[in-house]
Design a protein around this ligand. Structure first.
Ligand SMILES: Nc1nc2c(ncn2[C@@H]2O[C@H](COP(=O)(O)OP(=O)(O)OP(=O)(O)O)[C@@H](O)[C@H]2O)c(=O)[nH]1
Ligand SMILES: [Mg+2]
Length: 299
């Protein structure tokens, strides 16, 4: 089992604006199976915000604007942008990176990182969560934004690390609610109707409010123009504060810690199972029992 001491040493070396060691630590975690890197619990919680939604909804543009808004409010922000597609679509990653980096020039307290999402579901989701935990452990940020396309189980597993899941959608998708995967509707804490400069924003917002119930807020933005961004950032800050004041933060953190552990355990058992030679003569009960035993023995 990999001891994360050298990772912790790198993190300890990093400082605001001196991101080199942190970037190296992130690379190590990105390239390691999640069960090899067990990140210790941070002493104090950082607000982790998952930003998800259909392709092209404006998530990257919005994230770039949020970076500005946080930075203007003197809050330090880390961003993880996950490229959901194969390594072939390097252009998309570059596009995202460039879009974001235009917002970063000369801003202290801003750390942006793109991650490729290769490998199995559990490995990708686990590594992303480990990186979020690592950034939290560094104590260098007030907020961590994770951008991912809301396309499948892996992406849902990724955003579930977040304290706040923000679902970005756009008007004019017909019934927007139906185009969004049911699983995503359930994990979302906040809805953003971006591209509110297009017709139908009010109607889409109304649909979302009906579908989401009272607990979730629905906001409208025009990311390209920077409209509604400060309000969105304030809504995020308010939610974090409210969770803290209601004493719900500890419970939320316990749940997240548990779901992190479950994800890593799943990925580990799956890896052990895949390495095991198939035996067509054994029963399924024998096979699974053997896999679990083997996974426990080797942990
Ligand atoms: N009209 C309008 N266009 C927008 C708005 N926000 C973003 N766009 C444009 O929509 C396109 C897609 O924006 P992105 O920020 O790349 O969207 P994304 O959700 O990150 O896309 P993927 O990461 O590929 O899923 C870009 O051309 C943006 O300039 C908006 O509020 N109004
Ligand atoms: Mg994007």
């Amino acid at each position: 089992m990999f001891a994360p001491e050298d990772i912790q040493a790198l993190v300890a070396k990093a400082a605001d604006g001196y991101w080199g060691p942190l970037a190296r630590a992130v690379t190590i975690v990105e390239n390691s199976p999640p069960w090899d890197i067990l990140i210790p619990k941070a002493e104090s919680a950082t607000h982790i915000v998952g930003i998800t939604g259909p392709p092209g909804a404006g998530k990257s543009t919005l994230t770039g604007r949020l970076i500005e808004s946080y930075s203007d409010a003197d809050q330090r922000v880390a961003v993880l942008a996950i490229d959901p597609s194969s390594p072939i679509s390097g252009g998309a990653v570059l596009g995202d990176r460039l879009r974001m980096e235009t917002h970063l020039n000369g801003r202290p307290g801003v750390f942006v990182r793109s991650l490729a999402s290769r490998g199995s579901h559990g490995a990708v989701a686990g590594a992303t969560r480990n990186i979020a935990r690592l950034l939290e452990l560094s104590g260098l940020f007030d907020v961590i934004l994770i951008e991912t396309v809301g396309a499948g189980q892996t992406e849902i597993a990724i955003v579930e690390v977040a304290d706040t899941v923000m679902l970005v959608t756009v008007p004019g998708l017909g019934d927007a609610v139906q185009t969004i995967k049911a699983g995503l509707m359930e994990v979302a804490d906040m809805f953003v109707v971006n591209m509110a400069d297009r017709p139908g924003a009010a109607e889409t917002s109304r649909h979302l409010r009906l579908a989401a119930g009272k607990a979730s807020s629905v906001l409208q933005t025009v990311a390209t123009e920077g409209v509604g961004i400060d309000k969105l950032r304030e809504a995020l800050d308010e939610r974090w504060l409210a969770l803290d004041e209601a004493g719900e933060l500890d419970e939320l953190r316990r749940q997240k810690w548990g779901s992190d552990a479950a994800l890593i355990a799943e990925a580990w058992v799956a890896a052990c199972a895949r390495q095991r030679p198939h035996d067509a003569n054994e029963t399924m009960k024998q096979a699974v029992g053997d896999i679990l035993q083997e996974a426990t023995k080797r942990w």
